[in-house]
Design a protein around this ligand. Sequence first.
Ligand code: AMP
Length: 285
Amino acid sequence: MKMVRTVTELREWSRALRCAAGTRENNTIGFVPTMGALHAGHASLIRAAAASCAHVAVSIFVNPTQFGPNEDYARYPRTFEADCALAGAEGADVIFAPSVEELYPAGGATFVEVEGLSDRLDGASRPGHFRGVATVVAKLLIAAEPDRAFFGQKDAAQVAVLRRMVADLRLATELVVCPIVRDADGLALSSRNTYLSPTERVRALTLSRAIRRVEELVAQGERGSAPLIAAARRVFAAEPSILVDYITLVDWATLEPVETATPGTLFAVAAWAGSTRLIDNTVLR
Ligand code: AMP
């Protein structure tokens, strides 16, 4: 596996493959952006990339611009050696691990703002978060010029923001969205789960319980936003130590609230277990 630290090297790797002999399909490039502390959710994205692309790059970069001033940038888990081993085992050919200065050169003044969408869901609770996400992903996609980039449905609002950005900037990369990977008990995997105490870990199951309850009600024919949200609120009410940030039913493309669930509607929750903010969601059928 190749280790790449600069944008120029990443671009050279990508362009060399573009120029290599063979058909276009033999040289497809898949890209998986991550902040490291890799787990089975990330592994599923790398596997999906390796299954559909001839070459796979994984970025490991804890992006400072997507963290608020009082958030966990400094203590975000960093497990670089283990991450490289996992990425290699799942089929990555290249690890792109730039420094902050490499992606954000001194004097930099350019950011990507996806208006409207960036203020909804997690963007409402974390001002500036999606500006940071859109900016770093734009930098990564412009550098790597991949055919496909792989993201998790786990961060469903992020997916909406990035789909809009790729369409608006007319980037040549197809976004592929992979299902949420969960622990056996239902908790959606997250690098931040390592922050949870054993008690918080148990209480955090409230999020996936609320998701399942809503899925059950939809399967029974309920379509109304108000009753679905009320049912989820009742699940959270049974575990008052978990503080709800949002519970919402939205159009997945616009992140605007909807009155009625239709196929493809996004039901999403965010909540605090102690000082750890967790998110979960389901795309209704
Ligand atoms: P992160 O390292 O948290 O920025 O996540 C990198 C990518 O992994 C994002 O596209 C996430 O949506 C995705 N991801 C994180 N957790 C999961 C999960 N449990 N299942 C599937 N994908 C995930």
